[in-house]
Design a protein around this ligand. Sequence first.
Ligand code: ADP
Ligand code: MG
Length: 666
Amino acid sequence: MESIIHIDGLKRHYMMGDTLVAALDDVKLDVNPGDFLMIVGSSGSGKSTLMHLLGLLDVPTAGIMEIRGQSMTGSSEAKLSWMRNKHIGFVFQQFNLLNDLNVIENIALPLVYRGVPRKIRQEKAKKLAVKLGLGKRFRHHPKELSGGQLQRIAIARALIGNPDIILADEPTGNLDSATSREIMQILYDLNDQGHTIIMVTHDPKLADMGTRKVTLLDGHIVEDVPGKRKKPEKTVEEGSGDGQRHGVGVSDLVRIGINEGLLAHQMRTFLTMLGIIIGISSVIAMSSFSLGSKQKQADQIRALGANLVKVVDKQFENERLVETRVTGSLGLSRADLNSLRNGIPDIEKAACVREIKLNVVHPLGSLSPRVLGVQGDYLEVNNLALAEGRFFDVKDWSGSTRTVIIGSTIARQIHALKEARNDSSPILGDTLLLGGNPYVIVGLLKEKAMDLDELEATSVSDPNRDLLIPLETLLTRTAHLDLRSEVDEIHLQLKNEDALTRAGKSIRSILDVTHAGVMDYDMVIPMDLLKQKQQSQHLLDILTICISSISIVVGGIGIMNIMLASVTERIREIGIRRAIGATKMDIMRQFLMESMTISITGGLFGVVLAGIVVVCVCQFIGLPVVFSLPLLCIALVASTLTGLVFGIYPAYQAANKNPVDALRSE
Ligand code: ADP
Ligand code: MG
C-alpha cells in the first residue's frame, strides 16, 4: 500500500548561538492510510518539531519529504500552504482558536482560504458543529466555552476541509480526564471513518492505544511498534472536495478589514485615524472656502457690470498736462467714446463719466455724495437700476437740464433728514443745491448690495453714494479747468467675457490714434484684476495643500505604527491562520486591507467633517458653498493610498512571521 507520508533522512537543526541543536536528526518514517500513530517521547525530544514538519509549517534542514508521492522539497510557500489546507488538519494542545470569531466562523476558517462562498462555509460548519456535539452554540465566542468544547471546535475546524491527515499535538494535554476521553472517542471515530491520525501524547495510558507507537529520543526515532488498536477497513480518499480557488476572497478581506481594522480597537483606531481625518477635511474645507470666496468675488464683479472695461483718464496736472496737450492729445473725451463704439463691434453698451467736486445741499441739510456727470448707457453698463423716477434722456443731455439722480445711500440720508422733521413728502421732485444752483431730483437708484472689502484692488467704488447729473450739464453749467480732459472714464460693456481680452487690443489701437500716441489713459478690466488677485491667492492654496499633506503623512505613520503593534499582538493569530492554510500573500492582503480600511474610513470621515464645517461656516459668513469634485476624488484616493503605502511594511512583517514561532509564542 502506498504511504500517505514518506520521510527519509529528515533533519531539522537550529543554531542556538554557537551551538547546533539537532531537534530532529535522520528521521525515517512512513505513515500509511488509516494509521493512528501515537508519537511519544520525553520533553524536548523533537515531537512538536516533527509535527510541524509533517504539517508543512516548517521546512526541514535536509531530507526527503513526500505527501501522497509528491515531493515537498523546494516547493513554493504558496504550494505548501495549499497542500496544508487540502491535506492536513491541525489540532493543538492550546486549541488555538481565534477569539474574535464565533464558533461557526472558527470552524469555517480553512474554507475562507479556499475561496468557498460564505453561505456554503457556514452550512458545512454548522453540520460539523452539531456532529461534534457542540449543539447550537453557533454564535458563541471561544471565551464563553469550556476546554472540551474548544477542542471540539478545533477538531471540527481540522475536519471541515476534508483532510486525509489529522495532526494532533497533545490534544488532551489541557483537558480533564473525562473530557479527554470524549475527545479521544471523537478521534477514534474519525479513525474508524478512515482518517489518518498522527497524535503526540504524554499520557502513558494513551501511548499504546493507537495502531502504531513511535518513540522519539533526542531527535531520533528509537522505537516504531504496533499498538493495540486495529486499523480501519476503509480509508478516506485522497484530496478533498470543494473549493479549488486558493486564496481569500475580496468580500472576506473586507469583512476582516472592518472587524479587525476598525471594530476590534475602536478608540485606538479612531485616534490613529485623526491625522487622516484632519488632513483630508482641512484640504477640502480650505479649498472650498477658497473656491467659494473666488466665486463670490467674481459674482460681485459681474453684478457691478458684466464684461466691463473701463478706460480711465490719468488726470495729469501742471506741466505734464500742458505737455500732453501740446503733443496733440485732448485727453479722454466724448469723441473717444464715439470712435470706440464705431470701431469695435464687440461693444454692446457704452457710457462716459466725469466726476466733479460740488457742494450738495438739501434744504434740510447738507449731503456728501460723489457727483458724477454721466452720458450714454450708464445704468446698463454698471448694472444699476432705477427704484423710482426716470433716467436722463436726450433732452436732458442736449438741453443741459439741471436734473439729478441719486443713489440709495443719499436717498436714505435725505429720508432721515425729513423724518427728523416729520416730513413725509416724497424725495422725488425735491430740489437740491449743487454749487449754489437748484437741481431737481428726477430719479432714485435701487440699492446695490456689495461688499467693498472683498473687492479692494478691483477699482470699484460704492455706487450707492453717487449723485448723477447729465454730463452736458456738468460741462456747460459748472466751472472747471479748461485743459482738463473732457471725461474721466469711459465704461464699455462687451458682448461676453471672451470679448474682454480681444477688445483690449482694439481699444488701445483706436485710442492710440485719437490720443496721438500719448498714454494719458489706463485700461481697467475689473474681471482681469480680480483674476490677477486670485492668482496671487494660489500660493495660499498650495500652502494649505502642503500642510494637509503633512497631516496625512503623519496620519499614515500613525497607521503604520498601530499596524506594527497589531502584528506583534496578533502573532498567534497569524500562526493559526497560516497553520490552517493561509499563504503569506493571504496574510499580507489581510493586513493591507486592515490598514486601508482605517485610512479609507478616515478619509470618508474627513470628507463628511469637511462637508459639515463648510456648510456651517459658509452659511455663517455668507459664502457660496462650492465643493470641487476632482478634489474630493483626489482626497479619497490619497487616503486610500496612504493606507496602502504605510500598510505595506507592517503587512510584510506579518506575512513573514514564521508560523511555527508564531504558534510557539504562548
Ligand atoms: P517536544 O515537542 O518533543 O517537547 P520540540 O520539538 O518542541 O520538543 O523541541 C525539540 C528541540 O528543539 C528542543 O531541544 C528545543 O529546545 C529545540 N527547538 C525547538 N524549536 C527551536 C527553535 N526555534 N530554536 C532553537 N531550538 C529549538
Ligand atoms: Mg511539544
